[in-house]
Ligand binder design. Sequence first.
Ligand SMILES: NC(=O)c1ccc[n+]([C@@H]2O[C@H](COP(=O)([O-])OP(=O)(O)OC[C@H]3O[C@@H](n4cnc5c(N)ncnc54)[C@H](O)[C@@H]3O)[C@@H](O)[C@H]2O)c1
Length: 277
Amino acid sequence: MTERKLDGKVALITGGARGLGRGYALRLAGLGADIAIIDRNLKAANVYEFERQLLSADTVIAECEALGIRAMGMELDLTDRDTTEKAVGEIASQLGRIDIAVCNAGGGTFVFADERDAPDGANDTQDLVTTGLPSDTPEEMLTRVLDINVKTCMNTCMAVVPHIKKQGGGKIVTVSSTAGIDARGGYHPYGTSKAAIIHYTRALAQEVGPDNINVNSIAPGIIRTGRLGDRSERAKEIALRREGTIEDCAKVVEFLTTDLSDYVTGRTIIIDGGYLR
Ligand SMILES: NC(=O)c1ccc[n+]([C@@H]2O[C@H](COP(=O)([O-])OP(=O)(O)OC[C@H]3O[C@@H](n4cnc5c(N)ncnc54)[C@H](O)[C@@H]3O)[C@@H](O)[C@H]2O)c1
């Protein structure tokens, strides 16, 4: 990460306050981009010990600034379109432009501790494990999981496209999952929401290709973050025999947000160490 090939660019990372989103923010900041983070809780890293230990400053925004770029954060719920549009407008006005968006905010069928707690709450509640079947999904779960994945992604894309067009082009990365491709496992309706993101990515790429905007998706597999915990026991199911890391995904995001991927659009890159067969 020596060449600062994103100098002068502005990148928005949603859900960047911890986990994979934090990794994308730091990676693009290291390449010279100014960073805007939108998260419903800018201190979300405090919720899990694994994330707290990774932090080298109070917030991811401060970590990005330490890399010598400008960084800002906005705390809001991306399931609301109007709020999202206003926040993106504010970012464009404060940082001067938007060139890149990584639509990473999302979540699964578990209701995680921080979703149940006060936003700055600590580890004092357990994740609530819920289940859904394709033939029987509780209404509350269906709405929540589709909203947190599909709506947050679409609201972000719809809000950034006019700003990216103004720059004469740019890059959008959406975040799917191997669960959006593989129908095994108890991930319903998470998998359905992540499959929808793959389709949306292709459709948006067709629309904004003539505006020089590349839109691609990543589909991570089993990646170690605080939220999902240690799943190293599943290494035997993976061709490369290890869990993925945040850096494994950030490297692909670097590819998709730089000139390396200039002729790639509407595609989904699976980052799973050969988990899917
Ligand atoms: N970790 C994995 O193994 C894995 C695998 C496949 C896909 N993914 C996807 O990658 C993304 C990040 O995963 P992670 O493990 O880092 O999760 P995470 O929970 O650690 O990070 C998600 C971040 O998004 C924020 N967020 C969630 N809903 C939001 C909303 N409505 N508005 C604003 N912010 C919101 C959360 O506060 C959190 O900071 C998710 O979309 C997830 O589905 C993760």
